[in-house]
Design a protein around this ligand. Sequence first.
Ligand code: AMP
Ligand code: ZN
Length: 468
Amino acid sequence: MLFYNTLTKKREEFVPIEPGKVSMYVCGPTVYDFIHIGNARPMIIFDTLRRYMEHKGYEVNYVSNFTDVDDKIIAKAISEGVSADEISERYIKECRQDMEHMNVKPATVHPRATQEIGGMIEMIQDLIDKGFAYAKNGTVYFRTRTFEDYGKLSHKNLDDLRSGNRSLLVTGEDEKEDPLDFVLWKPKKEGEPFWESPWSEGRPGWHIECSVMSRKYLGNTIDIHAGGEDLIFPHHENEIAQSEACNGVEFAHYWLHNAFLNIDNRKMSKSLGNFFTVREIEKQYDLQILRLFMLSAHYRSPLNFSHELMESSKSAFERICNAVDNLNFLAQNAGQEAMTEEEKAKLPQVKAFTGRFDEAMDDDVNTADAVSVVFDLVKFANSEAAGEISREYAKALKEEILILGDILGLRFEKKEEVLDSEIEELIAERQAARKAKDFKKADEIRGRLLEMGITLLDTREGVKWKRS
Ligand code: AMP
Ligand code: ZN
């Protein structure tokens, strides 16, 4: 398997630290609002990489954090008059729901910054003791000049950065020894959440959480560290400085970064206001279609979002689902049960699609090519299914498509449209059952509706329903 490594700027063969195992850390979202579809890109891409490695037989330890202490969370809490905890709890829950609907598997561990403060204080103290950090008036800074490799990930010219940053030094930061020094701990401001520490009542800087959580759950050196390309500098550069200064060993062997999801060729972001949340997209499309759209481009290429592209992903997705549906029907109803000799002879041809799929994925996670292999397979299966076909052969073709879909995290299921009239009918039936005191039947109908994705709400004005 080859990965393009941001650290070396080369494509490199993947060699895990421990044979058969992969340790992987993916920087997760800051939970102050619903995630947008830009945030969904790394989630979908790195989940697909994880699934592929699992398919190849690796045991993957996948850690992804929730940043639940941050200026934006505090600002939102103040504007709503609730606690910061309430905000982060709420949006972690919403994010997990989005992940589930995009078929992104939960990480092995989803650590939260606020639950790891003790570990952060320990690492900061260790960095101070080793001379890599210093405290000034309650703030602790990382001393970038003492870390020789500073800049190795982002390949930036540090002198240029220093002179650029010197002029940008903001009030309160002129106590830094060097313009590139960054905050490990900062004192609280009025009304902010805080923790006791040897330096001040305050909270950690953003970068330290990932160094601490990665070490705690995966060890001093990990195989893969990933995230969006905006994280290369300063976030990942600073994580490397903290971890390698503290632990004295290399932090991560392979650094993978996805390019942005853009709109009108500008980065989709909260601050620019040009974003769609995953939840908004879900009102219009099954999120499997969003997933297919994301996977149709290579992760290191910028991807422009548009409704036209979503529409074409939708018809592409339906094309696959129809093929699977048809094969499913034939696997149960075709006249002939066993495979003919001629069909058996074609099995290596069917398997060859998996070979091509693996080749694409081995080539720096080329999901764009992998998706085209699935389409080629569907085309082949459709032409096979057009003639006489045995049940066994139809089943083999269907399974091949489903296996590849599963690696991509795509469920090729045809969803039956549930009509409003059908729902209303069932609700009326349930009301009648309740009136007749047949509560068992009423509950059964509620359960059936739930399976169809319909939730009932008994209100004072009568029964209301919503699609979940
Ligand atoms: P944040 O909550 O801003 O820290 O972002 C969480 C993750 O989403 C990070 O890995 C970001 O790099 C990534 N991300 C944010 N915006 C985009 C975008 N427009 N396209 C791709 N990735 C993004
Ligand atoms: Zn991080």
